[in-house]
Design a protein around this ligand. Structure first.
Ligand code: PLP
Length: 453
């Protein structure tokens, strides 16, 4: 029997990334409030938010300083925009702070309201840039199978997940996908991580040559794949890939939407994984998820091309109403101040060995084939047979069941396609709370195993 709110939900709301048919019977989990790493449902039941919402609430829930920063900006200047040269101090100050923090050469910052818009901007700028340079054929963009970059027409095309393509008439032409760097699933028997990386770099090179290097503009990658299953690339992966890209003048875009702002124990994921992109996209934890904000770094060559184009065309014809929203910028400034003052990123690095040790122990569980992660992010691969690594039939919904059992244990984690379970708690989680999280997850795995048998 669905509660009143649940019934109203089913009658009125469309939920993103939800089986809409099953939702009519199951109804929603209605959350009411949050504090620290916990959220509470309408019955007052607490849950450890083991996913930081959607990989974003790095500072946990109900941080009073973020709330105060939003309220103060709301009363001072609740809206203004950046069109036609108009500006405001939160956007200017945030751009300055980000420019200083960026792990890539950054001339300017462009703001959006989401990760999808940030990556969509990356696609458009890759095209715009090559038009400015008189290379109108150099337009194709390469993503990776299982990569996730958003849901707009262009970013769903960059994404390499079946649910974002099937029956959506995507990807668009000009969007290509190269192999997923998941050693556990795709390495040959006995192949080392380094050899696997070298093989993937060779495959990328073959793809670029097949397509004609003069037609390939950019390659986009998350430092650690999030929605694809919390997949950490094999050793040597990015240096090998970057060597290929450099040979053919293909720009590297780092999608730091999940990894940015401390997730891997470094300010940006690129720093942890030897990635040297030309530009990066950020969103989510830049405001700890409290208000929507995203953006990209713009390097000097790209900026110079944008200036030339707008001189030629009369304007830089891109941007949304909420690009650089003052409330979002004010909250981001406060979040970054807290990250710095409270050593949140360093704290994530200090807690990571404990988190990863607890995660690694789950690999011993009967139904877990692989437990992998870095920093404060982790993924589990549920398998039917540990030796052959065979998976359960997708329709069996084993990972979804595990996540439902976790919810029963008072833990929110996320299931991902391919029977994967992701964990990505707020960076402020304490060592005791990490233990609590993994105790609950272990019980959920036990219940999943018992359910299967
Ligand atoms: N890029 C990555 C790596 C993401 O994980 C996401 C969202 O989860 C996006 C882009 C899209 O961001 P948004 O949902 O804010 O549009």
């Amino acid at each position: 029997m669905l509660s009143n709110l649940a019934t109203r939900d089913v009658e009125t709301l469309i939920h993103p990334y939800t089986n809409l048919d099953a939702h009519r019977a199951n109804g929603p989990l209605v959350l009411e409030r949050g504090a620290g790493v916990h959220v509470y449902d309408t019955e007052g039941r607490p849950y450890i938010e083991g996913m930081s919402g959607l990989w974003c609430t790095a500072l946990g829930f109900s941080n009073p300083e973020l709330v105060e920063a939003a309220a103060a900006q709301m009363s001072r200047l609740p809206f203004s925009h950046l069109f036609s040269g108009r500006s405001h101090d939160p956007a200017i100050e945030l751009a300055e702070v980000l420019k200083e923090l960026m792990p890539v050469p950054t001339s300017k910052v462009f703001f959006t309201s989401s990760g999808s818009e940030a990556n969509d901007t990356q696609v458009k700028l890759a095209w715009y840039y090559n038009n400015a340079l008189g290379r109108p054929r150099k337009k194709k963009i390469i993503g990776r199978q299982r990569g996730y970059h958003g849901v707009t027409v262009a970013t769903a095309s960059l994404t390499g997940l079946p649910a974002n393509h099937a029956d959506w008439d995507l990807p668009l032409p000009g969007f290509l996908h190269t192999a997923c760097p998941h050693h556990y699933r795709f390495a040959e028997p006995g192949e080392s991580e380094e050899a696997f990386s070298a093989r993937l770099a060779d495959e990328l090179e073959a793809l670029i040559l097949r397509e004609d290097p003069d037609t390939v503009a950019a390659f986009i990658a998350e430092p650690v794949m999030g929605a694809g299953g919390a997949i950490v690339p094999p050793r040597g992966y990015f240096p090998a890939i970057q060597a290929v890209l450099a040979r053919y003048d293909v720009r590297l875009i780092a999608d730091e939407v999940i990894c940015g702002f401390g997730r891997l124990g470094t300010w940006f994921g690129s720093e942890a994984l030897g990635m040297s992109p030309h530009t990066l996209s950020f969103a989510k934890a830049v405001t700890s998820g409290y208000v929507p904000l995203g953006g990209i770094s713009v390097d000097e060559p790209l900026y110079a091309a944008m200036v030339d184009q707008s001189a030629k065309l009369g304007t830089f014809g891109h941007g949304t109403t909420y690009s650089g929203h003052p409330v979002a910028c004010a909250v981001a400034l406060k979040a970054i101040e807290i990250y710095r003052r409270d050593r949140v990123v360093e704290g994530a690095a200090e807690k990571a060995p404990h988190f990863q040790a607890r995660l690694a122990r789950l690999a011993e569980h009967d139904i877990v084939g692989e437990a992998r992660g870095i920093g404060l992010i982790g993924g589990l691969e549920i398998v039917a047979d540990k030796r052959s690594r065979a998976q359960y039939h997708p329709k069996a919904g084993v990972a979804a069941r595990c996540v439902a059992f976790a919810q029963g244990e008072g833990l929110i984690v996320r299931f991902l396609a391919g029977d994967r379970v992701a964990v990505c708690p707020p960076l402020i989680i304490t060592p005791d709370e990490i233990d609590d999280l993994f105790d609950r997850l272990t019980r959920a795995l036990d219940r999943t195993r018992d359910w299967i048998r």
